[in-house]
Design a protein around this ligand. Sequence first.
Ligand code: HEC
Length: 275
Amino acid sequence: MNLLVLLVIVAALAALQLVATRWVTVNRLAWMAVWWVAIYLGLAYGINPPLPSSIIVLFMAIVTLALAVYLSADSDELASAVQTVTAFIVEKRFRVALLTVLAVLPLLVALKVYTNLSNPPQPPSSSRTIHPPPPASIIFDGTAIDLATANNPYRELEHTDPAAFAQHVENGRRVYFENCFYCHGDNMQGAGMFAHGYDPIPANFNDPTTIAMLQESYLFWRIAKGAPGLPSESTPWSSAMPAWENFLTEEEIWDVIIFLYEFTGYEPRAQGMPH
Ligand code: HEC
C-alpha cells in the first residue's frame, strides 16, 4: 500500500465533491470519468509492490463495466449522458474540442507504440559461461577421477549385456524421478514444478546445446559437484543445481546419466573431442 498516494486521491475526490455540491453542477458522466481516473491512479500508483499491467487492464475493464451498469440503471441519467455525448459530437461550439480529441487519441496510441519500441531489451550485465571447461580431475568419495579419461563404466554393457544395461537404465529412471524431475521436469525440458523459481532455470536436456554436446564424464562432474563446484565465470547467477555427491552413489550417478541419454535419444559426445 502506498498510503500517501491513496490519501491524496481520496482528498482530491472529497474536494471535488465539495465543489460539486456547492458551486457547480457536475453531471454523472463527468463524475464517472473522475472516478475512473481516480481508481486507475489508485491501482497504478497506490499499491506496493506495483500490480502487473495485465491485472490493471483487467480491473479497469471491470470498473468500466460497473460504471456503465451504474449509469444505465437510471434512465434519466442515461438519457442526459447520451445527450451530452451527442451534443459534443454534433454541436458547432464543440467542433474544435472534438477535432482535438480525434487527433489526440491516435497520437497517444502512436506515442505508446513508440515508447515501447524505443526501449531496447537490456542484456544481463554480465554474461554467463554455460559450459565452462571442467577441471582436470575431481575427488569423488575420496577417490580422484580423471575427467579427461573417465568413462561411464556401464556404457559398454549396451552391446555386451543388453539385459544388464536395461537394469542400469531402470535404476537411472528411479534416481531421476526420485531426485531430478522436480527441477528438470518429467519430460526433461527443464520445466519441473520448482523450475520457475530459479535463475538460471534448470537445464533442458532436450535442447541440443546441453547433454547432446557433452561427454559423460562432464555430466558426472556437473551432477556430482553441482552449482558449488562451478568456476566463478559460471556463477554470476546462482545456479540451484545441488551437489549430488552428498546424496547419490557413484553408480547411481552413472546410471542417471545413462537414463538422461536413453530418455532424450541423444548420444553422449565421444571421449577426447574438444568442447
Ligand atoms: C533444485 C533444482 C535442481 C535439481 C533437483 C536438479 N537440478 Fe540439475 N540443474 C539445475 C539448474 C538450475 C541447472 C542449470 C544451471 C547450471 O548450469 O548450473 C542444472 C544443470 C544440470 C546439468 C548441467 C547441464 C548442462 O547443460 O551443463 C546436469 C547434467 C544436471 N543438472 C543434472 C541433474 C540430475 C541428474 C539431477 C538429479 C540427480 C538434477 N540435475 C537435479 C537445478 C536442479
